[in-house]
Design a protein around this ligand. Sequence first.
Ligand code: DQA
Length: 143
Amino acid sequence: MILNGPNLNLLGLRQPHIYGTDTLADVERLCVEAANRHGATVDMRQSNHEGQLVDWVQEAREHHDGIVINPAAYSHTSVALLDALSACEGRPIVEVHISNIHRREEFRRHSYVSGVADAVIAGCGVQGYAFGVERVCQLITAG
Ligand code: DQA
């Protein structure tokens, strides 16, 4: 499952100097291609609502083999998402940020999600999602 947090529905329109001009539909295509190379499928979703993201993480815990998540602003605030992801033991989790959060404002440098992620990708643009899918597929295969 590929999860996207708040404002990522505006990808391509929102602060293109930071996030680029590709849309979330373009990101989905990249992810499908990356997953297909591993014989996997993707289920990509976006929500502006924290509780909805928590519900989807819980769904992934039951029905999906791994999670790629760009929690967006909730990275920096959400203990609820951290707890939901912590309950996904045994499922690979890769956190993706389009921008390099370490080169931006101080408050972006800490992510609650990083503490439970198997890998964190930041600053690779939207290609980071494809890297995230690749890594999750590798971890699933490795068992
Ligand atoms: C982001 C970085 C976050 O700090 C920000 O709130 C976002 C997007 C990224 O992909 O670079 O919305 O997660």
